[in-house]
Design a protein. Structure first.
Length: 157
């Protein structure tokens, strides 16, 4: 009889723990903040309209387009910084080549074209060489197709 009572206690304890675990999971799902959708904007680069995802959080600023499988022909990622400073980018864990545009106060100051993807230990650094407050990444070859050059305007809408 004692072993039946002991087994019943273990069974009830197991049900209590299982119920608490389910309640915790339900609470976490209800209370957990939703994943924020990326901010989207339009950028005029010279005469061309580019739909961009804006990197805002520290993670997004670090990650950029790394591990993205692809972006559309007229799409990109825009990095906006609060100050003018020399900026340096890498092609860490990229899955496709990029063109990179550095701009200061809406004017293109440096361009890199056809940058090849690198693994998790990138060796090449791409610097603005002069102060910049925004950086635009687009598919490789687009800047040449669009005829973009240093001095062109980059306008965020």
């Amino acid at each position: 009889m004692a072993s039946k009572k002991k087994n019943l206690k273990f069974f009830l304890f197991g049900i209590l723990v299982f119920g608490a675990l389910i309640a915790l999971i339900v609470w976490a799902v209800i209370k957990w903040p939703p994943v924020a959708k990326p901010a989207i904007a339009e950028v005029y680069l010279g005469e061309h309209l580019v739909s961009v995802e804006i990197a805002q959080t520290p993670y997004q600023l670090y990650q950029g387009l790394s591990r993205h499988p692809e972006i559309c022909a007229d799409c990109g990622m825009l990095f906006i910084f609060p100050d003018l400073d020399q900026r340096t980018f890498v092609m860490r864990e990229m899955l496709f080549p990029l063109d990179i545009v550095f701009s200061a106060r809406g004017q293109v100051v440096k361009i890199y074209e056809n940058l090849r993807p690198e693994g998790d230990d990138p060796q090449n650094l791409y610097s603005s060489e002069v102060p910049a407050d925004s950086v635009l990444e687009v598919n490789a070859g687009q800047l040449k197709n669009w005829g973009i050059k240093v001095g062109d305007q980059l306008i965020i809408k």
